[in-house]
Ligand binder design. Structure first.
Ligand code: GLU
Length: 323
């Protein structure tokens, strides 16, 4: 019997390698968004950085496509995801118990770092004459699936513009990944997507036979939103990224930041490893998506409203990024 177990152990060491047997590999999953957005490749970029060192850390990160920010917050809360990419406004609301989390704050939510800026992007069928927010009245508008970040941004914007989402337009709740083809097919007039630029979904929407324009958000409405909510800032959509769109100048709107979050239940070692690999390989990380072009290490520590996870904080203190 003893001989047999020794034989099995020897065989296992040959097959798996001694390191894997001494400490079992830990798997963590990063929740993202639709595959044609920026969250999905962002999760992939983060996973890539840490998986290069998987022998050293005994850690393997995998990426999951999800319904977006709200889904990711709730899955982290439930322990179904270890990490998620989450809009900064959603991070704030979830931790503080407002909006979708009214009366049920997600107290275990922890911030790791901020990533790229995201702007509230309103993409319209150009033949419908929708140039500014007021023109959305009476139209078929995809405000986004309930798990997405954009849905709340659409609701905030419409409320600020005095447009009743239930009576003044026909609101749809589809995922962003479906929006481009629905707009091209004439099944919707316009869709909302809170997203970094450039991204695959918006490129797909502007590349078809149906001409497409971005809808601008007037200054007074942007001001109303930034005065009322601490997490909104003025932003614009770079039209040069989207060949074929009918706008000729960058389009004013408002926006938030994509942030990388986790749970207080995830170990310091795991969060430290991921933070360290992203920051130590920062130049390479930035090349992994064009929406990362303007990132700085300092900008990645701004816009965090949940407490910073102690594993990330350990790294920031070590390198002097935080005191
Ligand atoms: N901001 C969107 C959301 O929270 C996702 C954008 C993306 O996938 O890049 O649902």
């Amino acid at each position: 019997m003893k001989k047999l177990s020794l034989l099995i152990l020897t065989a296992a060491i040959v097959v798996f390698g001694a390191g894997d047997l001494l400490a079992a590999t830990q798997y963590v999953t990063i929740g993202t968004g639709g595959v044609t957005g920026v969250y999905y490749p962002t999760g992939g970029a983060i996973a890539k950085m840490v998986n290069k060192k998987r022998k050293e850390y005994n850690l393997r990160a995998t990426v999951e496509s999800t319904g977006g920010s709200v889904f990711n917050v709730n899955a982290i809360d439930a322990g179904d995801l270890e990490f998620g990419v989450i809009q900064s406004d959603r991070q704030y609301q979830a931790y503080n118990g407002t909006a979708d989390w009214e009366g049920k704050p997600v107290k275990k939510l922890r911030a790791v770092f901020s990533i790229h800026p995201e702007s509230v992007t309103i993409v319209a069928n150009a033949s419908k004459g929708i140039n500014t927010v007021a023109d959305l009245k009476g139209k078929v508008v995809n405000i986004g699936n309930p798990g997405s970040g954009q849905r709340g941004n659409a609701e905030d914007l419409l409320a600020a513009a005095g447009i009743d989402v239930n009576n003044d337009l026909k609101a749809e709740g589809m995922k962003a990944a479906e929006s481009a083809s629905m707009l091209q097919d004439g099944r919707i007039d316009v869709f909302f997507y809170t997203v970094g630029h450039p991204n695959g979904s918006v490129k797909e929407a502007v590349a078809g036979a149906t001409k497409v324009n971005f809808v601008s958000v007037p200054d007074d409405i942007v001001k109303k939103l930034t005065d009322k909510f601490p997490y909104y800032a003025a932003a614009s959509i770079p039209v040069a990224e989207y060949a074929g769109v009918t706008n000729t100048a960058d389009v004013p709107t408002f926006g938030v930041k994509a942030t990388f979050c986790t749970s207080a239940d995830v170990s310091d070692e795991v969060v430290y490893a991921i933070t360290k690999e992203v920051f130590e390989n920062f130049d390479e990380f930035k090349t992994l998506h064009p929406a990362f072009a303007h990132l700085t290490k300092e900008s990645m520590l701004a816009g965090l409203s949940a407490p910073i996870h102690p594993g990330a904080m350990k790294y920031y203190k070590e390198v002097g990024l935080m005191k």
